[in-house]
Write a protein that binds this ligand. Structure first.
Ligand code: NAP
Ligand code: ZN
Ligand code: ZN
Length: 357
């Protein structure tokens, strides 16, 4: 039995899909399931464009499923509820991030790090446990099990909150895990969608924040976002000036870098965390880059449902949202090209009302 706010839940759903690897995204109509007892039906209002959408739509990581409806930075409104979906009510502001299910019985799920479950179901480019392909947020609605739906606090506007569901949590989680805070020096490498959220959260947590960007173009923005220092990595002097400085480096760059050069910027016991996922094999790391200073090279991927809710509540308490450029759905291919040129300040967000045009 399903309650609906306005009209009955439609199975046919309008969206945009990549029909094949690298092909431009185009209008695509597909079916969403009728809600099961524990499902929430969400009318999608806004969806962010993550660089991971581009990697996957172009099959840069291999194994992509087509047609692909990308989008895992979803913000919308509850318009339908299954009979046992009591965590939410009609009209609630909600979000969906990078995954919509997990096995609920493995070590990762038991430890509340279900984003590391080997049976985690991605919001798109993945399959439900029954084999049905998942389709993401570049669409008018989505049906998701209530345990994988986030509550977006009323203080956060839906458009600028949407990218928190991936870019926000991907930076918040490692900052908390590696204890960024007062007295800690944190560097954010790459001032894109992920990077600009890293600056905001690291600053809000009280750390001393440095941005390492390719050029000086974004220096004024970085200061406005909360950075204390800013350096261009195109200037070799940056690497001598900052040698041995940072407790924590968060690398958000979508391309390969010389990790040895960045590891030299860590202080003793410092950690560099890889967040970006380039499409090419990783560059070699010299043992001396790690042993001289007991340094760590680590990685981190999004965050759990619990931590994502904590991040949204933290964002509301600290007035943190994403800096966005709002676009219509027909501008999505152009937006992809601009992301690839690092020409977005700092996240494109699709206004899903434009699907009706
Ligand atoms: P983005 O908005 O394109 O930002 C990436 C930034 O990296 C750019 O703004 C640019 O910053 C820098 N950059 C790009 N190309 C570079 C190059 N060739 N050399 C040096 N710097 C370069 O992308 P995003 O959405 O933030 O995503 C970044 C990466 O993280 C992607 O690979 C994405 O797939 C991955 N990701 C990982 C997770 C996770 O859970 N670990 C989650 C989401 C995304 P400057 O202009 O400041 O130099
Ligand atoms: Zn993402
Ligand atoms: Zn599991």
């Amino acid at each position: 039995m399903t309650n609906t706010l306005q009209s009955p839940v439609k199975q046919l759903t309008k969206g945009y899909a990549a029909p094949a690897a690298g092909a431009p995204l185009a209008p695509f109509t597909f079916e969403r399931r009728e809600p099961n007892a524990d499902d929430v039906v969400i009318e999608i209002k806004f969806c962010g464009i993550c660089h991971s959408d581009i990697h996957q739509a172009r099959d840069e990581w291999g194994g992509s499923l087509f047609p692909m409806v990308p989008g895992h930075e979803i913000a919308g409104i509850v318009v339908g509820l299954g009979s046992s979906a009591t965590k939410f009510k009609l009209g609630d502001h909600v979000g969906v991030g990078c995954f919509v299910d997990s096995c609920r019985s493995c070590g990762a799920c038991d430890a509340a790090v279900e984003h590391y479950c080997s049976k985690m179901v991605g919001t798109y480019n993945s399959r439900e446990h029954d084999g049905t392909p998942t389709y993401g947020g570049y669409s008018e609605r989505i049906v998701v099990k209530q345990d994988y739906v986030l509550r977006i606090p009323d203080a956060l506007p839906l458009d600028a909150a949407a990218p928190l569901l991936c870019a926000g949590i991907t930076l918040y989680s490692p900052l908390k895990h590696w204890k960024a805070g007062p007295g800690k020096k944190v560097a954010i490498v790459g001032l894109g969608g992920l990077g600009h959220m890293g600056v905001k959260y690291a600053h809000a947590l009280g750390a001393d924040v440095t941005v390492l960007s390719q050029s000086l173009k974004k220096a004024d923005d970085a200061k406005r976002l909360g950075a204390d220092h800013y350096y261009a990595t195109s200037d070799p002097a940056t690497f001598t000036t900052l040698a041995g400085t940072f407790d924590l480096i968060l690398n958000t760059v979508s391309a390969n870098l010389d990790w040895n050069a960045y590891l030299s910027l860590l202080t003793i016991d410092g950690t560099m965390v890889l967040l970006g996922v380039p499409d090419a094999p990783s560059p070699p790391v010299n043992a001396f880059s790690l042993i001289a200073g007991r340094k760590s090279l680590a990685g981190s991927m999004i965050g759990s449902i619990g931590e994502t809710q904590e991040m949204l509540d933290f964002s509301a308490a600290h007035g943190i949202t994403c800096d966005i450029e709002k676009i219509t759905i027909d501008q999505v291919n152009e937006a992809y090209e601009r992301v690839l040129k690092s020409d977005v300040r700092y996240r494109f967000v699709i206004d899903m009302a434009s699907l009706a045009d």
